[in-house]
Structure formats: C-alpha cells, structure tokens
Design a protein around this ligand. Structure first.
Ligand code: SF4
Length: 463
C-alpha cells in the first residue's frame, strides 16, 4: 500500500496544449465517474477533447470485467490502436479500470503498444503516471493503493446530474464477483470531503447528485475503528442528513445497495428527507435461498422481502429495482422458477438481468455443474420478458398523473422533445414548449402530465 502527498489545485491555469484525448468507458456508474475524474486531470494537464477516437493523440480505455463479453470488447479497440501506433509512435495508449487491474502484466505482454496500464485505485494519479510515460517508460500501476482526495475537478458529462463517489471498493466475497479483487478493500471518503464536493456541484448549478458505491450501505464502516466514544456513527443515513440541506441540490439518489446492510434506519431516514428520491436499487440476484447461499450473498429471500415490505410501508410510492443473475452453477429449474416468482411477488419497476459468466479469481468459476449456453439464453429470454411485462404493469400507475421532472437533456432521437426523470427514476419524454420559455431549460424542475406509458419510459405533456 503506497500513499502519495497531493496538493489541492483550483484547476485553471491550464498548461500548454499537450494534444487531444479520447476516453472510452465500459461498465458501471463507478467507471463513468472515474472517467470524468480522469478527463478532469487530462484537461488540467493541457489535453483537450478529440473530435473522434481515431484522431486522438491519447486514447484511454476505462475497462470492465464483470462479464466475459465486457472483457472481449476491449481487445478489438486495442487492436485498432496498436495498428495506429505503428504509424503514430507518439500516440499514447492508456488502459485503466477493472480489466487492467485483473490482467496486469499479461495484458502488457499481449498488447505491448500500451503505454500505461493502471487499476481503478490509481485514477487520481494519472498525471504523475503519464509524466513517467513521457520520460519514455511503459508504466504498470496496479499495486493496492490508499485513495486520497482528488486535487482536480472531474470533467462531468452532465451539467445537471453529478456522480459523487462516497466509498471505493468492496469487502464482500460474492462467489461470482471480481469487484473485490479488482477494486480492492472498502475505502470511505470523509463526510466533510463529500460535502465540499456536493457544495461545489451546487455552486456550479447541479440540481441532482447520485452517491456511488459498489456496496453503498457499508459506507463508513471502515471508520468505525476510529470512532471516538459517543461520537456519531458514520453511516449512509448520517451522510444523507449531513449533506441534505446544501442549497441548490434538489434531488439526492444513491446506488448500489446490498440487502445485507440495508437497514430500517436508512429507510426511515430516506422517508424523512424530502430531497432523497423515492427509488431504491437493491440487487437480489436470485430467488432461491440455496443459490443465495452458494453466491455468498449473506441474506435470505425472507429478509429481502422484509426490507421491501418495510420500504413499501414507509414510502408507498417508491420504485424498487434490482439485479438478477440466472444460470448460476447448480441452478435447478426450481431455483430459477423461485427467481421468477420473487420478481412477480415484489413487482419490480425494473430488474437488470444477466446470465452467469465465470470470472477469473472467483470461486464459482471453477465449480462443477456449470450450465450450458442454451439454458443461459433460454432463462435470460424468459426472465427479460417477465421483467418487461411487470415494468409495463407497474408503469400504469403513472398514467394521467402529474409528475415532477428534472429536465436533463434534449431527446437525442427527437430535438423537439426534452427528457428527464421522475423522482422514482422513470425516464420521461415530453415536447419542448415553444411558448413562454417555461419548460425549456435544462436543470429546471417542472410538472408534467403523464399521457402514455411503456415498459421502461413514459410520455408526458407540460402542465
Ligand atoms: S457486494 Fe458482492 S456483487 Fe457487489 S461488488 Fe461486492 S462482491 Fe461484487
């Protein structure tokens, strides 16, 4: 574990132009937030965004390895850049993220054209690592790292909604998951550092923040040993109260939760804090206790349902979403049907589904009773159609109701339409008002009337 002293900087002045950059991000919100941090560092160094990937002077792939398909995608991109480098020796190729951490030196051997290979814990060391590259080295940065606060400001994709990392890494040991081995142990940021980032966002006009963590409900547990007698326990509940009254921020969301640590106290806190949106993303993964045990998830279907029932009792209008894995090793037809039945019982607003994909360095990958592709495809197709039917059914409750929408963007598919989300995280499209300017501005909170519903989005008209 190495620690490096970093001096906070107020971003500009920007250094002499060093060339254009292009970042391609794979995977989850954590990776998207890390890419925004790395963009901020590159621009602080003097790089500027390239028009397109194939004319950038520096290309950075922020990789994912949660499933084999995500891993394979990267190699095709790297192949193209390796060819470019033969005619452009000054081209810089950077591979960051979870696959970089997982593969390490073997990826450098496989693609020797890579200049810098860095794990997720090294995001905010990008400048010093690239300086080593500029001095002619090929750099590998995957050693375990204590993550200090960033000294540069992320270059965010949205000017309305901001991602805010609150805890890095994960201490769980789910038997199918690579995250602990590639993102390391849990490291919570201090409430003060998080509050100052949210205050900066509010000053820059952001209206919504999403607090991020692989296992967000574990926030603060790595502080416990430092807690003084009688001092407040640093938890997600504590943090939500600590940042709630920051002026300018209208909506607060958080992801991703773990049923093992999702407490009634947290639900009570969310029901009492008006800015905390009524949407909870709580992956359940399977409806079978046998499979949950083999996954090492640490809860049962009964305890999971208790959490959902308490949410529905305390916050009846809440939207519930989850994640499910089908065809986990040893999953019988009965186990699988228990997953379908759980989805039907709880009536999820949305479920992210995936077929089990054996990952390196995970226990389940070497287990017997791996299921074949046909079963995976069949079960995935069935569960997706169930999820879609229930999502459409659930969306009926919005029809002809008025909903508060935060205008996030112009619909990329129809420039006469704007898009935003309800507090329950439902994507909503509505026509731009060409009259008095109301209902036009990004970042505006407006009331709309829902006129039509689809499984995963709504249509509305301005009220
Ligand atoms: S909680 Fe489990 S599934 Fe989630 S990141 Fe941690 S190990 Fe992976």
């Amino acid at each position: 574990m190495t620690t490096v002293q970093l001096q906070k900087t107020n971003q500009p002045p920007i250094k002499a132009p060093r060339g254009s950059y292009w970042i391609t991000t794979f995977g989850c919100q954590m990776n998207k937030a890390d890419s925004e941090r790395m963009s901020g560092i590159l621009e602080y160094m003097g790089y500027y965004p390239a028009e397109e990937e194939l004319n950038a002077d520096l290309v950075l792939y922020n990789t994912c390895t949660i499933r084999d398909s995500a891993e394979q995608k990267v190699y095709s991109y790297l192949g193209r850049q390796a060819i470019r480098k033969r005619s452009l020796p000054n081209l810089k190729i950077v591979v960051a993220g979870c696959l970089a951490q997982q593969e390490g030196e073997s990826l450098l051997r496989r693609v020797p054209e890579i200049d810098l290979l860095m794990g997720p814990q090294h995001c905010n060391r990008l400048e010093s690592l690239l300086n080593q590259v500029d001095s002619g080295q090929q750099v590998l940065a995957t050693e375990e790292q204590f993550i200090l606060e960033d000294i540069t400001t992320p270059r965010r994709d949205s000017s309305i909604c901001g991602w805010v990392n609150i805890i890095y890494g994960c201490n769980e040991r789910c038997t199918y998951c690579v995250v602990p081995s590639v993102r390391g142990k849990e490291q919570s940021r201090t409430p003060e550092a998080i509050k100052s980032e949210v205050e900066d966002l509010a000053k820059s006009g952001y209206k919504e923040i999403t607090l991020l963590g692989q296992n967000i409900d574990a926030y603060g547990r790595d502080f416990q040993s430092q807690n003084k007698e009688g001092s407040a326990q640093i938890t997600l509940s504590y943090l939500l109260k600590f940042i709630h009254d920051i002026e300018g921020i209208e909506r607060i969301r958080f992801a991703t939760s773990h049923p093992r640590y999702f407490t009634r106290e947290l639900i009570d806190t969310c029901s009492e804090l008006p800015k905390v949106c009524e949407h909870f993303h709580i992956p359940f993964q399977s409806g079978s206790n046998k499979i949950l045990k083999n996954m090492g998830r640490g809860y049962t279907i009964e305890s999971y349902k208790n959490i959902i029932n308490y949410i529905k009792a305390k916050i009846p209008q809440a939207a519930i979403s989850g994640d499910a894995i089908v065809a986990f090793p040893g999953e019988s037809q009965t186990d699988y049907e228990q997953t379908l039945s759980l989805i039907d019982q709880i009536k999820f607003d949305h479920v992210n589904t995936a077929a089990y994909s054996p990952r390196p360095n995970t226990p389940a990958a070497s287990w017997p009773r791996q299921l074949n592709e046909d079963i995976k495809v069949k079960r995935l197709r069935e569960i997706n159609s169930l999820v879609e039917n229930i999502a459409k059914e659930r969306n009926q409750r919005y029809k002809n109701t008025s909903q508060e929408i935060l205008i996030e963007n112009i619909n990329p598919k129809d420039s006469f339409q704007l898009m935003g989300r309800t507090r329950t995280n439902r994507l909503t499209f509505f026509p731009r008002s060409l009259e008095n300017g109301v209902g036009n501005k990004l970042g505006e909170l407006i009331k709309v009337k829902i006129t039509d519903v689809r499984p995963f989005s709504l249509t509305a008209k301005l009220l």
